[in-house]
Design a protein around this ligand. Structure first.
Ligand SMILES: [Zn+2]
Length: 216
């Protein structure tokens, strides 16, 4: 099988896939990485030259900025394959919502992966008491804290931290859908599949949580 037959398609490719099919592309990329058979696709000079005409990724990813979450490495993706937004705690901010709305409306992405991870420091910060943060970081941490507490994860109870790291992807996904008419409409119209997921870093595995597709 040629590399191009087993790796990411562009949204203007004739073999355009539906959102569940695109999710399978992502899962195949993860499996190649786990199997030690990464294809390192779309890394050539020719690919970069082709992309000068414009990008056509089918997948957007909202992940944590944490250096232990190298998105393209984990999913064996290359130039033009993933539209990646990262911030501390893969959090719903104006920047992340606006970037996702751009990806939906202009790039026509069909899959949004929202990925939290094991040992997230931003989620941990929501559990700290009497800790002084800068105004901007306080706002970010309070957003995470509010989301956790509204979803039954008590940030005064440290035993819920590991569960919070898992659930934070689901909480952010729900929050994005509820705060953006564009994201919500795309999900309801089945133009976009939103997949919350949890990255277990060591040993590396991904827990795929319930998707939003045709319903919110
Ligand atoms: Zn993190």
């Amino acid at each position: 099988m040629a590399v191009n037959d087993q790796t990411y398609l562009d949204s203007d490719d004739k073999d355009y896939l539906d959102p569940p099919g695109i999710l399978n592309e992502l899962k195949r990329g993860l499996q190649r990485f786990l199997d030690g058979t990464s294809a390192h696709p779309h890394a050539t000079e020719a690919r970069r030259h082709q992309l000068l005409g414009g990008q056509h990724p089918q997948i957007a990813v909202l992940a944590c900025s944490d250096s232990r979450v190298p998105v393209e490495v984990i999913f064996d993706a290359g130039f033009g394959d993933l539209f990646v937004i990262r911030n501390a705690g893969n959090t719903n901010t104006f920047g992340s919502v606006g970037s996702i709305e751009y990806a939906i409306e202009d790039l026509k992405i069909r899959l949004l992966l929202v990925m939290s991870h094991q040992g997230c420091g931003a989620v941990k910060a929501a559990y700290l008491r009497n800790q002084a943060f800068s105004p901007s970081l306080t706002e970010l941490v309070n957003d995470i804290k509010g989301g956790l507490n509204q979803n039954g994860l008590d940030t005064n109870d440290e035993t819920s931290y590991e569960r919070a790291c898992v659930q934070h992807s689901m909480i952010t996904a729900q929050s994005l859908i509820q705060s953006s008419k564009i994201i919500k409409r795309a999900v309801l119209d089945k133009n976009l599949l939103v997949q919350p997921a949890f990255l277990h870093i060591d040993p590396l595995s991904i827990e795929w949580l319930d998707t939003f597709y045709g319903k919110t």
